[in-house]
Ligand binder design. Structure first.
Ligand code: DGL
Length: 275
C-alpha cells in the first residue's frame, strides 16, 4: 500500500496515570498537529508508582482495551511505570501497534563524560525488571544512580511544578547527583518532564537532562507509517482527554499547570467519568 493509499487514522490512544503523558502528547502534536488523540488519565488510581506491578498491569490492560474499543489504531503507553509493568502483556493481548516508554539510560550512558549517570523515576520503575534489563544492556562500566523521587509525581499531579515543596525534593536529589559527579540525567517518569527547567536550573549547564517525549513522538510517526496508517494534514486538533477521577479535578490541575507555564498540548477534557 502506498502512502497515498494508506487507510485513515481514526485516532491514537494515549494513557498515563495522570497529567504526565500530556508531555508526550505535546511532542506528538508538535510533530503531527492534525493527528487525533484520545487520552486517558487514570487519576482515580494515581499514583501508579506506589502500586504493585500486577495492579498497574491490570489497569493498563483495561484502559488499553477501552481505547481500542473506541477505535484507536495505535496505543501509546505514556507512562514509564505502566510500560515497565505491562508492555509485554499489552503486546500479547492486542493487535494494534503499541509504543511504550523506558528511561533513556542508553543515550545517557553513551553521552556521559564523567562516567556517572542518573535515572530519576518512580519506585515502580526503579524496582522494575525493565530497568534492570536496560542496566544490563547499556550501563557497561558507567555508574548508574537510580533515584526514586517519592512524592514528586504527586506534586506535579496537583499542578505544582515550582515553589518550595518541589524545590526541596529536587534539591535533595541534586545534592546526591553532584556528589556522584553525574553529568547525564535520564528522566524516567513522564510527570518529571514538567520539572525539566527547575531541575536544569539547579544542576547547571554542564548536566544534560534527557527526556523521551520527542523520541516517542518520532516512534509513533514511524509506527503509523510502518502500518500504513495515514497521518492527517490540516488544522491542528485538540487531544480529547478523559480523567477516571472526574473532569473537574483534572481541569483544576491543568489550570494550575498552565498558570505555572507548563508546556501543555492543545486539549479538551471530556465531561465523563470512567471507572
Ligand atoms: N507518569 C508515570 C511514569 O511515567 C508515573 C506517575 C505515577 O506514579 O503514577 O512513570
Amino acid at each position: 500500500m502506498s502512502a497515498t493509499e494508506a487507510s485513515a487514522v481514526t485516532s491514537v490512544g494515549v494513557l498515563d496515570s495522570g497529567v504526565g503523558g500530556l508531555s508526550v502528547v505535546a511532542a506528538m502534536q508538535r510533530a503531527m498537529p492534525a493527528l487525533p488523540v484520545r487520552y486517558i488519565a487514570d487519576t482515580a488510581r494515581f499514583p501508579y508508582g506506589d502500586r504493585t506491578p500486577e495492579e498497574v498491569a491490570e489497569r493498563t490492560l483495561a484502559l488499553g482495551a477501552r481505547l481500542i474499543d473506541e477505535g484507536c489504531v495505535l496505543l501509546v503507553v505514556a507512562c514509564n511505570t505502566a510500560s515497565s509493568a505491562a508492555l509485554e502483556l499489552l503486546r500479547e493481548r492486542f493487535d494494534v501497534p503499541i509504543v511504550g516508554m523506558e528511561p533513556p539510560l542508553k543515550p545517557a550512558a553513551e553521552r556521559t563524560r564523567s562516567g556517572h549517570v542518573a535515572v530519576l523515576a518512580t519506585a515502580g520503575t526503579t524496582e522494575g525488571e525493565r530497568l534492570a534489563r536496560l542496566y544490563e544492556s547499556f550501563a557497561g562500566d558507567r555508574e548508574v544512580l537510580t533515584v526514586p523521587m517519592p512524592g514528586l509525581a504527586d506534586l506535579v499531579e496537583a499542578g505544582e511544578i515550582a515553589g518550595p515543596r518541589v524545590e526541596a525534593i529536587l534539591e535533595a536529589s541534586a545534592t546526591d547527583l553532584r556528589a556522584h559527579e553525574v553529568d547525564e540525567v535520564a528522566l524516567g517518569c513522564t510527570h518529571y518532564a514538567f520539572l525539566r527547567d527547575a531541575l536544569s536550573g539547579m544542576l547547571g549547564p554542564d548536566v544534560e537532562i534527557i527526556d523521551t517525549a520527542e523520541p516517542v513522538a518520532r516512534r509513533v510517526r514511524q509506527q503509523l507509517a510502518a502500518h500504513s496508517l495515514a497521518i492527517p494534514d490540516g488544522e491542528p486538533v485538540a487531544a480529547e482527554c478523559t480523567a477516571t477521577g472526574g473532569a473537574g479535578p483534572f481541569e483544576e490541575t491543568l489550570a494550575r499547570l498552565r498558570a505555572a507555564g507548563a508546556d501543555l498540548p492543545m486539549l479538551e477534557v471530556v465531561q465523563e467519568v470512567v471507572a
